[in-house]
Design a protein. Structure first.
Length: 132
């Protein structure tokens, strides 16, 4: 069971790193329908369709075919993600002063041993048998 859980979590991390979510998977049928539309109307194969919507020909296709804008918004993988660059500035300069003096501690007084288990050897319970 733990192997299935590990594999499942790995797949989730992979899909998140590829920017895939459940909404994209729900819109896959619209992707295939629009690809079929392009094949019938323009004679495009699937790779040309992908290039027109996600590749090199995307800008040209969106300028030439403004009437298909609503269909293009329904296609999966159109999520525009922003990448923010975080910049942190240190305003206050902090200087740490290191104290090199040794502390006055008596290390001999830190050790004290109390023999709390002496009573165990004096009882007859833990002694070997006397008669054989």
């Amino acid at each position: 069971m733990s192997k299935f859980l590990a594999i499942g979590l790995s797949v989730v991390v992979l899909l998140q790193s590829l920017r895939l979510d459940m909404g994209d998977l729900a819109h896959m049928d619209e992707l295939f329908e629009h690809a079929q539309f392009h094949a019938e109307k323009y004679g495009d194969n699937f790779f040309v369709f992908l290039s027109k919507h996600y590749g090199e020909l995307q800008e040209e296709h969106t300028q030439d075919h403004q009437e298909e804008r609503k269909e293009h918004e329904k296609l999966p993988f159109n999520n525009t993600f922003c990448s923010h660059v975080l910049t942190v500035y240190v305003v206050h300069k902090f200087e740490m002063q290191v104290n090199t003096a040794t502390p006055d501690v008596d290390y001999t007084a830190n050790f004290e041993y109390l023999d709390n288990y002496v009573f165990l050897e004096k009882t007859d319970i833990f002694q070997p048998p006397q008669l054989a």
